[in-house]
Design a protein around this ligand. Structure first.
Ligand code: HEC
Length: 275
């Protein structure tokens, strides 16, 4: 039960992470647009530059949600293997920057001097930039590298997209599969692996040097876990069909639920159909 609870807390990262991004960007926008009206106000400079109440409240919520996002993110990252990737480093750096900005905000609110306010405002915009960059690299992790920018690259330099036309990918062509087998893999088999296996056999962790996050890896002849056309001789089928309490079953017994009969049958049918 505890592992499920931790998993739930870790996955909250995917929800909470949006708060610091939106709130800090909003706080920075509110402050900068307000400052642009400088000429229209008749207040003293120190008064004018004093952090606004609305943006300060936004920043306070942003600060709190940053702490939650970092904590849940670290737990989630731990589950996927401790690689010091760009997303994690940027997340921690953003956290440090936001902490410094929070201290600057407290000082600015307290002292209300021009200098202290400027220090805060000068830190707020880089903080917003840092969380946006962190979010961008996090997006690359969940959606794949270039998820956001690839369509733009296609506009500038159109090339066939292997995702929309898998048969144009030379590595997939080399596997010599029918269009139907590729389609079934992408729509039925890969989602099963995504759900139950890639945590340990994916981009970030490769237990037994095995990756199951794409067709090319799954059918890698060197690993030989799938005997094309013969599910009964495939190591992968052997491992997923073991009794639930067997030490060798995949996914390992304490880590995830065994695959359902329907899922196993789909994988069997797919392997059977491979020529
Ligand atoms: C919690 C981590 C974890 C999950 C989830 C997991 N595996 Fe594994 N897998 C391992 C480990 C660890 C090994 C190495 C076991 C050994 O060598 O005794 C392994 C080995 C394997 C092997 C043998 C590879 C070889 O070259 O001998 C296959 C096949 C396999 N897993 C398939 C799967 C499939 C299919 C799923 C999902 C249904 C899955 N695994 C889910 C951790 C995991």
């Amino acid at each position: 039960m505890l592992t499920h609870l931790i998993e739930f807390i870790a996955r909250l990262h995917m929800v909470v992470l949006h708060f610091p991004i939106a709130l800090i960007v909003c706080a920075a926008l509110v402050e900068t647009t307000r400052l642009l009206w400088f000429r229209c106000t008749r207040r003293s400079i120190a008064d004018h530059f004093r952090p606004s109440n609305a943006a300060s409240v936004m920043f306070a919520f942003a600060f709190a949600s940053t702490i939650v996002a970092i904590t849940t993110g670290l737990i989630l990252g731990y589950d996927y293997g401790q690689s010091a990737d760009l997303h994690r480093i940027l997340g921690l750096l953003s956290g440090a920057l936001i902490l410094i900005t929070a201290i600057a905000l407290l000082i600015a609110l307290r002292k209300s001097t021009f200098k202290s306010s400027i220090v805060y405002l000068a830190l707020l915009c880089p903080s917003a930039g840092a969380v946006c960059a962190t979010g961008h690299f996090g997006g690359d992790l969940t959606h794949g590298k270039g998820f956001l920018t690839n369509p733009l690259k296609q506009i500038i330099n159109p090339t066939p997209d292997p995702q929309s036309d898998p048969q144009s990918d030379p590595q997939i062509q080399a596997l010599n599969l029918t269009a139907e087998s590729i389609e079934i893999y992408n729509t039925i088999i890969q989602p099963i692996f995504d759900n139950s296996c890639i945590k340990c056999h994916g981009k970030r962790k490769q237990k037994a040097d095995l990756r199951l996050d794409s067709l090319v890896f799954t059918l890698d002849p060197e690993l030989n876990i799938i005997e094309r056309g013969s599910p009964d001789d495939s190591e992968l089928i052997y491992l997923i069909e073991l009794p639930a309490d067997d030490e060798e079953i995949m996914p390992p017994q304490d880590e995830a639920d065994p695959l359902t009969q329907d899922q196993i049958q789909s994988i069997r049918n797919w392997i059977q159909s491979l020529i």
